[in-house]
Design a protein around this ligand. Structure first.
Ligand code: NAD
Length: 494
């Protein structure tokens, strides 16, 4: 591994005096590993002014559905830095994901996960693997906008925005430049989702042109994922929309062999959060056997973020030396490479004893301040496109017959401004000229579109007539052009 393996983030905070951070000890193994990690950071000379807050299971159990109290929010907004141990999300309904809530509420748009193989000291499928996954954190299917629309059909809205895509893609290229990386890859499924994933891909190509010294490539996510699992050494930095990033960052950590060792950073313009990638491991809680390395790696990322580069270098090199010396907690213990079976506490002590040392076989790190620090994520200002409404898709719940029968019911409702032009079922055109073999649910999209621009009043009139036909419309989507380009899929589906 190299010094590029851990991110150089924003370094606006002075390194000479203590920096206030918010710390949550979490649930399960959280308190044990946080105690160990803070001890190492302090012994290494980190200047930390810790504000402790409570989050997680006890807060959920008190009826706070977000798992985080008001006082914790206040602390986070004051310090801008969150060092967080894993928490337990109680099973059963009603509890929101604390991580999703914190990320979205505080605008942490980038999730940065270095995945590194520690061959031969930790078992891995891919010696030499050193990939950084940069995942968009706020958009995509994680908007949480879901509806049951009909008896048979449920929907989750996938939202991809131009500003959101620009922020994450620019962050990925800036990250690569700051950390001496050579290539940025982007995975999407824009052969299918031409508008949403297509936008992410287009923005990637636009921003790549601003970084001529970095290689860039786009792959369809399915083959990209297969190649990542098979030949991770072909990749360097990978930027992804939220869902693909969520899945592939776990795949990458697993094949690197470092699930218990990896840290991650969530970065926003005002607040950053640092944590291990694993959960609260209730099965081993309180047994003094948890591996604190993931949280320690997160701590190193935090020190770099705070501008305490020298301390970050000391901690990271001591951690590598400890792994190299075969001092391993049970989760990575292997008689072939391990010399002693460490507890959480004795592992932390071993790291402390090696502060100032460097690994001999693993590549040492050397964090340096960089002039290439970005400011707040830049979003290109652009004039809004000229928007014209040209039609409407009306969605219906209907079970009373064939597509032709539905068209016959709808025809009297259509107007001269909005004639019926197409009906689809699950995106497949079933009228006109559908195939009898097409399986149809109770969820129909009926497209009404004329030759000229229309008004909201035209849509209201149409809906009134559709309802007058006794049809149950469940939602509408306006069809608009933007600077003359259709802002909707043609939806033929065949
Ligand atoms: P987990 O990561 O907690 O545990 C999976 C397995 O890995 C377990 O066998 C555990 O013992 C082991 N493990 C995890 N971390 C380890 C460590 N540091 N050292 C040694 N072994 C370790 O995943 P899970 O069991 O699916 O989830 C447990 C709880 O954690 C759930 O409530 C889940 O919601 C929560 N969780 C929280 C976070 C977070 O706070 N960021 C992330 C993931 C899961």
């Amino acid at each position: 591994m190299t010094s590029q393996s851990t991110p150089t983030l924003e370094t606006s905070v002075s390194s000479s005096r203590s920096t206030a951070i918010t710390v949550a000890h979490g649930d399960g193994i959280g308190p044990e590993i946080m105690r160990a990690a803070l001890q190492v950071l302090r012994e290494a000379g980190a200047h930390l002014d810790v504000e402790e807050v409570r989050i997680g299971e006890t807060v959920y159990r008190q009826g706070v559905t977000s798992g985080i109290e008001r006082a914790a929010w206040d602390s986070l907004r004051r310090t801008g830095i969150f060092f967080k141990a894993p928490i337990t999300t109680p099973s059963g309904g009603g509890f929101k994901s604390l991580n999703v809530t914190i990320r979205k509420t505080l605008g942490m748009y980038a999730n940065v996960r270095p995945t590194v193989a520690y061959h031969p000291f930790v078992r891995t499928r891919h010696p030499g693997m050193d990939v950084v996954i940069i995942r968009e954190n706020e958009e995509d299917l994680y908007a949480g906008i879901e509806h049951r629309q009909t008896d048979q059909v449920y929907q989750c809205l996938k939202l991809i925005t131009r500003p959101g895509s620009e922020k994450i893609v620019r962050y990925a290229f800036d990250y690569a430049r700051r950390n001496g990386r050579r290539k940025v890859s982007c995975f999407t499924k824009d052969n299918i989702m031409k508008m949403t994933d297509g936008l992410f891909h287009r923005v990637f190509d636009e921003i790549a042109a601003e970084y001529p010294n970095l290689e860039h490539e786009h792959r369809i996510v399915d083959i990209g994922a297969a190649l990542l699992a098979d030949r991770p050494n072909d990749f360097d930095v990978i930027v992804l929309p939220n869902l693909y990033g969520d899945i592939l960052s776990d795949v990458a950590a697993q094949i690197a062999g470092s699930v218990g060792l990896a840290g991650s950073a969530n970065i926003g313009d005002h607040i950053a959060m640092f944590e291990a990638i694993h959960g609260s491991a209730p099965d081993i809680a309180g047994k003094n056997m948890a591996n604190p390395s993931g949280l320690l790696h997160a701590g190193v990322m935090m020190l770099v973020h705070m501008g305490q580069h020298e301390t970050a270098t000391r901690v990271h090199n001591a951690l590598l030396k400890t792994l190299e010396d075969g001092i391993h907690t049970p989760d990575i213990h292997d008689p072939a490479h391990s010399l002693s079976r460490a507890t959480t506490e004795s592992f932390a002590q071993a790291v402390i004893a090696r502060l100032g040392q460097r690994p001999e076989r693993l590549t040492p790190v050397d964090y340096q301040p960089t002039e290439l620090t970005p400011g707040a994520a830049a979003v290109t200002r652009r004039e809004p496109a000229k928007k014209e409404m040209v039609g409407v898709d009306v969605f219906l719940q209907w079970t009373d017959g064939s597509p032709d029968a539905l068209a016959a019911r709808l025809s009297p409702a259509a107007t001269s401004a909005l004639p019926l032009v197409m009906i689809t079922n699950r995106g497949v055109k079933v009228w006109p000229q559908g195939f009898p073999e097409t399986f149809c649910t109770d969820h129909w999209r009926c497209r009404f579109q004329g030759d000229s621009p229309i008004s909201h009043r035209d849509i209201l009139l149409l809906l009134e007539r559709v309802a007058g036909q006794g049809l149950d419309f469940i939602k509408t989507e306006n069809l608009c052009t933007f600077d003359g380009e259709p802002g909707y899929s043609l939806g033929q589906g065949q």
